[in-house]
Design a binder for this molecule. Structure first.
Ligand code: NAD
Length: 503
């Protein structure tokens, strides 16, 4: 542990605020625990409202310079950030595992995502295209252009403690925005480590303050951020409840939002599916990150013909899952992030029993230090209220369907609409699932699971998942303001729609 922290410049006590520079904030000390042992790793001095205001001041000042830097030059700085992340990939991934509890290969994947989005953003910095339109008026030219928006507020959840920041920050940076990041209080050290990696690069390139950090309580620093009139865009990742708070704060000032909220993701497996493929995808989807991904597979909708066979396979596979230290290469599943995670899971399972569900395997806390639980399979019915909730733990509900239409109906029954998948070798069924009457989710896959998206696509979901999109495709447009320009190079002043006025 000591070596990991040293390589990242993490001290016993760290400053949780950085605007133009790191500074000692005035909030309480926050001790970050290792969820695999329950022991402290190191601590962070949190920011209070006044410290927050200083970081935003710095970001607002930095924006005024940053918006004038040509986008490809901004891209060049993001390239340097990507290289710095490459150089620290190993220790940073290890710190993600240590502090959040995901297994090391997933920690490495998280840092790789950061590197990938930096690469994407570098290319994007030369492709912030606007359209040119043919004007209906003679001697006129019409086109649209994209300008930077301002200071972006980034709120991230514990389960992707640093990747979510990078999806936002790499894109926002090439778009010419500055930003302030409020990470989860469960994972403050990874945020400080990232800030320490990027700060020298910003300093070297004369753009300190463009990427600020405030570690602080949601109720104090978070509230200040979402209600701040200087912030035109809040990109918030977290629970559906958080989304409501952000929406209520942003609406009165017409601020934009990118909401990346809870998921309740299903895999439909039809009778003709390749069950080997499906089983592997279900295992990674349900157990990966100990069921704490927004895209975790929470519902398995099996066509009746293969339901028992697939259930038996899963029961056998669940017995083989190696639970333990996330930094041990043999571990499949690490701990939940904190004690609250265990309590939430146990409360969810009580509801399962009360509502007539049957726990087929797992369902208990593991008797060892840290916050470990058993991966759990539950025979359930789609109508049970608990099945419509996102319990952020490795619980998989086993449901049955009659055919593809019934599978789609059950897939779409829940309030959330993030990720979905179907396993089938039938082209007609696959296309039905992807059609307008198919899955209502932001992500719909065929013969791959619900989790583990690539950064090239726009990531996010519908309904109570919030409707936001991050990362690839044209998500960048949300970080910029569009301006439609009409330029008259004639000596006349014709009005649109042929309107005559005083002629
Ligand atoms: P959470 O909602 O408890 O916290 C998320 C963030 O919001 C934290 O940084 C927290 O401090 C902050 N926050 C809390 N109250 C706030 C307030 N009043 N103002 C501003 N910020 C405030 O979520 P969590 O437990 O950290 O993460 C798990 C949740 O996140 C799950 O629901 C999961 O599905 C969701 N998630 C969604 C996505 C996605 O892309 N859709 C990705 C990751 C996680």
């Amino acid at each position: 542990m000591k070596a990991i922290l040293e390589q990242l410049g993490i001290d016993k006590v760290n400053f949780g605020a950085c605007g133009d520079d790191f500074f000692k904030p005035n909030g309480a000390e926050l001790v970050s625990l290792n969820p695999a042992t329950g022991e402290p790793i190191a601590s962070v001095i949190q920011a209070n409202r006044a410290d927050y205001a200083k970081v935003v001041d710095d970001a607002a000042r930095a924006f005024e310079k940053w918006r004038d830097v040509p986008a490809p030059k901004r891209g060049e700085i993001v390239r340097q950030i990507g290289d710095a992340l490459r150089a620290k990939k190993e220790p940073l991934a290890a710190l993600v595992s240590l502090e959040m509890g995901k297994v090391k290969s997933e920690g490495l994947g998280e840092v790789q995502e950061m590197i990938d989005i930096c690469d994407f953003a570098v290319g994007l910095s030369r492709q912030l295209y606007g359209l040119a339109m043919h004007s209906e008026r003679p001697g006129h030219r019409m086109y649209e252009q994209w300008h930077p928006l301002g200071v972006v507020g980034i709120i991230s959840a514990f389960n992707f403690p640093i990747a979510v920041w990078s999806w936002n920050s790499a894109i926002a940076a090439v778009c010419g925005d500055s930003m302030v990041w409020k990470p989860s209080s469960d994972t403050p050290l990874t945020a400080v480590a990232v800030q320490k990696i990027i700060h020298p690069i910003l300093e070297k390139n004369g753009c300190k303050g463009v990427m600020g950090l405030v570690v602080g309580k949601g109720s104090e620093v978070g509230d200040a951020l979402i209600n701040d009139p200087r912030i035109p865009l809040i990109s918030a990742t977290g629970s559906c409840d958080l989304g409501v708070k952000v929406a209520q704060a942003c609406a009165p000032r017409y601020a934009r939002m990118i909401l990346e909220l809870g998921g309740n993701n299903a895999i439909v497996v039809l009778d003709d599916a390749d069950l080997d493929l499906a089983t592997r995808a279900i295992l990674f989807g349900a157990i990966g990150t100990a069921g704490q991904r927004c895209t975790t597979t929470r519902r398995l909708i099996m066509q009746k013909g293969i339901a028992q066979k697939l259930t038996d396979r899963l029961l056998a596979a669940y017995k083989q899952i190696r639970i333990g230290d996330p930094l041990d290469a043999n571990t499949n599943m690490g701990p939940l992030v904190n004690k609250g995670g265990i309590e939430e899971m146990m409360a969810g399972l009580e509801k399962v029993k009360a509502q007539g569900g049957e726990i087929l395997c797992g369902g208990k806390r593991v008797d060892r230090p840290g916050f470990f639980v058993e991966p759990t399979l539950v025979k359930a019915k789609p109508e049970m209220p608990i099945v419509s909730e996102e319990t952020f733990a490795p619980i998989l509900y086993l449901l049955e369907c009659d055919n593809v239409e019934d599978g789609i109906r059950i897939n779409n029954m829940v309030p959330q609409g993030l990720s979905s998948a179907i396993f089938t070798r039938n082209l007609l069924a696959a296309e039905a699932f992807l059609s307008a009457r198919g899955s209502d989710c932001g992500i719909a896959n065929v013969n791959i699971g619900t989790s583990g998206a690539e950064i090239g696509g726009a990531f996010g979901g519908e309904k109570s998942t919030g409707g936001g999109r991050e990362a690839g495709s044209d998500s960048w447009k949300q970080y910029m303001r569009r301006q439609t320009c009409t330029l008259n190079y004639s000596k006349e002043l014709p009005l649109a729609q042929g309107i005559k006025f005083g002629d």
